[in-house]
Design a protein around this ligand. Sequence first.
Ligand code: ADP
Ligand code: MG
Length: 455
Amino acid sequence: MNVDILFQNALKIIKEELSSLSFNTWFEELKLVSLKDGIATFQVPMAIHKKQLNNNYYDIIKNALNQITGTNFDLEFLLEDEIQSKEEAKQKENKQEEIGVPQEFKNRSNLNSNYTFDNFVVGNSNKFAQAAALSVAENPGKMYNPLFLYGNSGLGKTHLMHAIGNYIIQNSNRKVLYVTSDQFINDFININKKDDQGTNFNYVDFFKNKYRNIDVLIIDDIQFLGGATQTQQEFFHTFNTLYDDSKQIIISSDRSPDDLKLLEERLRTRFCWGLTVNIFPPDFSLRTEILRKKILAGHFEQDIPEDVIEYIASNIGSDVRQLEGSITRLVAYSTIMGGASITLDLAIDALKDFISKGISEKNDIARIQKLVAEFFQINVEDIRSKKRSANIAFPRQVAMYLCRTMTSESFPKIGTEFGGKDHSTVMHSVEKIEKEIKVNPDLANIIEKLKKDIE
Ligand code: ADP
Ligand code: MG
C-alpha cells in the first residue's frame, strides 16, 4: 500500500474519534511523508501543529497506523524545511555507508523519547531512585559514578535510564549511548566477524569508537553479561576508559551488585564505587497514581471511574507493566463491547484472566496473615498495620517469616503487605525468627503447626 492511501485509511479511523473541529484544525493539512525504520514522519504546516499532535494526538495516530499496518511506529512531526535538512543529512550519511559502515552501526543514542522524568510518577518506593537519576542527569560524570539501579522487573529502571539520557541530550551536547547488555555482547561478538562481508570496515575500530567515544554510557540489564567471560573483560576495559575520563556510566540490574554472582569480582567492586540504588515495588497509593497518570496520557474517550482504578490497583501486584496492560485491555474490551461504559462490573469481567494470577499471589500473603492472626487471637487488620505493641509485633514477625519461607514473594512485597515496612525490616524479622526457632522449641512447634495449617 502506498503511504498516501495508507494514511487516508488511518485518517478515517482518526476522524471517527475526534470532533470535526479538532480534526479539521490538526489533521486537514497533515501529510505522511514516510514510514521507515520504525518511524512515521509527518509534515506539518506550523510549529503549533507539532506541539499539539505530539502532546494530544500521538497515541491516536499511533494506534490508527498500528491498526492498518500492524506495526508500532514512533511518530515524528516536522516542518517542511526540517524535512529537507534531514534529507540532506541522510545523503551525507549514505555517503559514509558507501565506505563501509553498516547501517546498524550508525551513531545513535538508542534513546526512547517517550520515557522522561516528566512522565515518571514518583512515590515512596522510587523517590530515592528518581532523585539519584535526576542528580546524575543534571551533573553527568560528576555526582555519582557509576549509578547502579537495581530492582525487580517492571519497576521503572529502564524508564529512568532513558529519562536520564533524554535529559542529558536535551540540555547539553554530550553524546549518550543506551544499550542493553545483550547489544553489548552482540557488538563484541561482531568484532570477531570482521571482514566477513568483504567490506573494509574495521569492527575493532567501530567497537572502540562506539563505546569509548561517548560521554554517557547507559547499560541496561547487566545481569545478562554474566557467563560471557570475554565480553566481561571487554566491558571492564570500556568501563575503566570511560571512568578514567570522568564519563558517566549508568547500569541497571534485577539484583544488587553483590548478587551478580556470575560477574567477575573486579566488575562488581567497580559497580559499587558510585551510588547503588534499590527501586522498590509501588505501594497502593503510587499504583493508583500511576494508573491515573496513564489514563490521562492515554486520552481515552471515556472516563475511567475511581472505583475501577482502585480495583486494579488493589488486585494487580507491583509490576507497572501489568498496570499499564490492564488499562489497555480494559479500554479495548469496552470498545469491542460497542463502547460499553467502563464500570466496576465491566472491569471485573474484562480483567478476569488478567488478574487471577495477581489475586492468588495476594491470597497467599492474605491467607497466612489470617491464619496467624487466628492462631494468636488478634485482629488480622492489626497484623497489616504499623502498630508496634508486642502482642501484635511478634505475630507479625511470625507471619512475615512464613510469607518469606512459604511463598515466592520478595522482601519489599511482603513489607508492603505488612504496614508498609521496608525490605530491611522484613529481612531482619525473618532472620530473628529463624534464629529463635533454633533455640526455642515452643516457637518451633508453633511454626510447624502454622505451616501445616497453611498447607
Ligand atoms: P524495568 O526496566 O524496571 O523492568 P520499565 O522501566 O521497563 O521497568 O517499566 C515498565 C513500564 O512501566 C514502562 O512502560 C514504564 O514507563 C512504566 N513505569 C514504571 N514505573 C513508572 C512510574 N513510576 N511512572 C510511570 N510509568 C512507570
Ligand atoms: Mg528494564
